[in-house]
Design a protein around this ligand. Structure first.
Ligand code: SF4
Length: 268
């Protein structure tokens, strides 16, 4: 079975400059709108004619975004079902027992069996499920060095950085500004750990969305004459264990989960 062509595949062919000449807010939005049938490929002036000709017919606009995403998830599950789960446990930083491979996702068990069946207590956004399954397949088992680098300094981070800033950094900073105490709550909710101040940040915490892909989040509160600031840092080996689009999807999914928590927090 050939792999379904996805919005991520299309996104990878775009310049990621977010120039808006296609009237979409970002290249990612353009990619999603193509799959919704609301844009045409030739509306991006930077897509080569040969690429457009090659793509015609590969994009299934009859499905919703969620259906497209579930198609990718099904494909991942099929790939996982052909893996030797027992021998993959160490590579993934997980454990194998009762014919299931279990890893910790934000401190909660996430298990998969040889048929690709998933069980977890974590209520996750599909954007988080996609990178988790990608991790099962692509993680190389590189050790976590705790040598923290910003997203843009990851090997392929520069190209994705504008989108990462827009979809991950800014919205999380907005949450931190409005509900600063929620960072302390996140430590408990998602089994993160408080670490020594990173670059003199007021709050520095490490979350483990995947065992070999920790994320350090630092927040500097506003001071007189100075705006607040927030940044994500990744282990320098992160891309050995998860590709850059999955790191992006993982963080944007996390931010969406945090937004939900913040909304609930504001209503309680
Ligand atoms: S898809 Fe093309 S036109 Fe649209 S924002 Fe991206 S680069 Fe610009």
């Amino acid at each position: 079975m050939s792999k379904p062509y996805t919005f991520i595949d299309l996104f990878n062919l775009l310049p990621k400059s977010n120039c808006r000449k296609c009237n979409a807010i970002t290249c990612m939005a353009f990619s999603l709108l193509i799959f919704k049938g609301e844009k045409r490929l030739n509306e991006c002036p930077y897509l080569d004619k040969d690429i457009i000709a090659n793509l015609e017919g590969k994009i299934d606009t009859s499905k919703t975004f969620d259906q497209n995403l579930s198609k990718i998830v099904e494909q991942f599950k099929a790939e996982i079902s052909s893996m030797d789960l027992q021998s993959s446990a160490e590579r993934l930083g997980g454990e194998f027992s009762d014919n299931r491979l279990t890893i910790k996702v934000l401190g909660k068990d996430f298990s998969i069996d040889a048929q690709g069946n998933i069980s977890t207590d974590l209520h996750m956004h599909p954007w988080v499920l996609y990178p988790i399954l990608s991790y099962f397949i692509n993680c190389k088992g590189a050790p976590v060095l705790e040598n923290w680098v910003p997203f843009r300094e990851l090997k392929n981070g520069k190209k994705w950085n504008p989108l990462f800033e827009q979809r991950c950094v800014k919205p999380l900073k907005n949450i931190a500004d409005a509900y600063t105490d929620i960072f302390e709550d996140m430590i408990h909710i998602f089994s993160g750990k408080q670490v020594d101040s990173h670059y003199k940040a007021d709050i520095s915490l490490v979350l483990y969305p995947l065992p070999r892909v920790p994320v350090l989040i630092s927040y500097w509160k506003p001071e007189e004459g100075l705006e607040s600031d927030l940044n994500f840092f990744f282990d320098s080996n992160a891309e050995e264990n998860l590709n850059i689009e999955s790191i992006y999807a993982l963080c944007s999914g996390l931010v969406m989960m945090f937004e939900k928590i913040a909304q609930r927090h504001s209503q309680s």
